[in-house]
Design a protein around this ligand. Structure first.
Ligand SMILES: [Zn+2]
Length: 295
């Protein structure tokens, strides 16, 4: 218990010192709603940092890259984003939770089943990048980063998106399940960036090996596949509505653009964009953990 206490005595103040300036930037740049968006991000940031600062690094990469990409060319995108839940300029607590809950649960699992026992045994380095929970945190952030980058870059694509479930069918930009070439490249790049942070951890802790390189590829490819699963869910099961006033398809009820009630057009009413984000990350992360356990 004393080793846990000494760990917390170091990590809690450090976590606050690193998180406070970033929360101030988020507040100033209006990336999140006040107070609940900020509060959920603060609790996520502080707890991830305490468990493992590299978890916090990937959270920061995911969050700030997504926020910057969302604000980039926001005016050009606004005609599209007013019809779809994705790519709204300010994220709320529900969106933070939808993107943060899977990484958090895996980080918590890592804390309970790996970090705590290692601290109890007074290991010199209590962290273990071979642990499935540890890798799961990176995998979940890889999916979320890949998905957000694909959406934000894909919206700007000059050629129309194609439906992931029927690649010959062109759809309107922003449509759930629509994919573009640029969006898919961005998705692979985003996932690889998160995987690279995992690799960096292995390098600086002198744990670089064939195994950690395999895990790097698992995270990168898993993140990319997660964004494809996200698109498939968006095309196949997500609730899509129709606004009779605007004569447009939309992901939101009421319609974000006009505020009027919409009718369910296809998909399942209970399945919204947040659910799709969360479930695609969960599917990929569990699958990767299963592979690691079988290796
Ligand atoms: Zn409308």
């Amino acid at each position: 218990m004393t080793s846990l206490l000494s760990y917390l005595i170091v990590m809690v103040p450090l976590s606050i010192i690193f998180n406070l300036p970033l929360l101030f930037i988020i507040l100033k740049k209006q990336y999140l709603t006040v107070p609940f968006g900020i509060l959920s991000a603060a609790s996520l940031g502080i707890s991830l940092f305490i468990i493992q600062p590299f978890f916090w690094v990937v959270l920061c990469i995911f969050f700030f890259s997504s926020s910057i990409l969302t604000k980039m060319k926001a005016k050009e995108k606004s005609s599209i984003t007013s019809d779809f839940a994705k790519g709204s300029t300010k994220r709320d607590a529900i969106q933070v939770t939808a993107n943060g809950i899977i990484p958090f649960l895996f980080a918590f699992g890592y804390f309970l089943f790996e970090l705590l026992p290692n601290l109890a045994k007074s290991h010199m380095n209590p962290h273990n990048p071979f642990d499935p929970f540890f890798i799961g945190v990176f995998a979940a952030f890889a999916v979320h980063t890949a998905d957000t980058w694909a959406t934000e870059i894909g919206i700007l694509s000059k050629s129309p998106p194609r439906l992931v479930t029927n690649i010959r069918q062109k759809v309107d930009p922003g449509t759930s399940g629509g994919i573009t070439f640029y969006g898919s490249c961005a998705s692979l790049l985003g996932a690889s960036l998160i995987a690279a942070v995992y690799l960096l951890f292995a390098i600086i802790t002198s744990l670089l090996s064939i195994e950690t390189i395999i895990f790097f590829f698992l995270i990168a490819i898993g993140g990319f596949l997660g964004s494809i699963i996200d698109s498939i869910e968006g095309a196949a099961i997500q609730g899509i509505y129709y606004c009779n006033d605007c004569k447009k398809e939309t992901e939101t009820n009421p319609h974000k653009r006009c505020g009027n009630e919409t009718i369910l057009h296809r998909g399942i009413q209970q399945i919204n964009n947040d659910f799709v984000n969360l479930s695609s990350a969960l599917i990929v992360t569990l699958f990767i953990c299963l592979i690691i356990l079988l290796l």
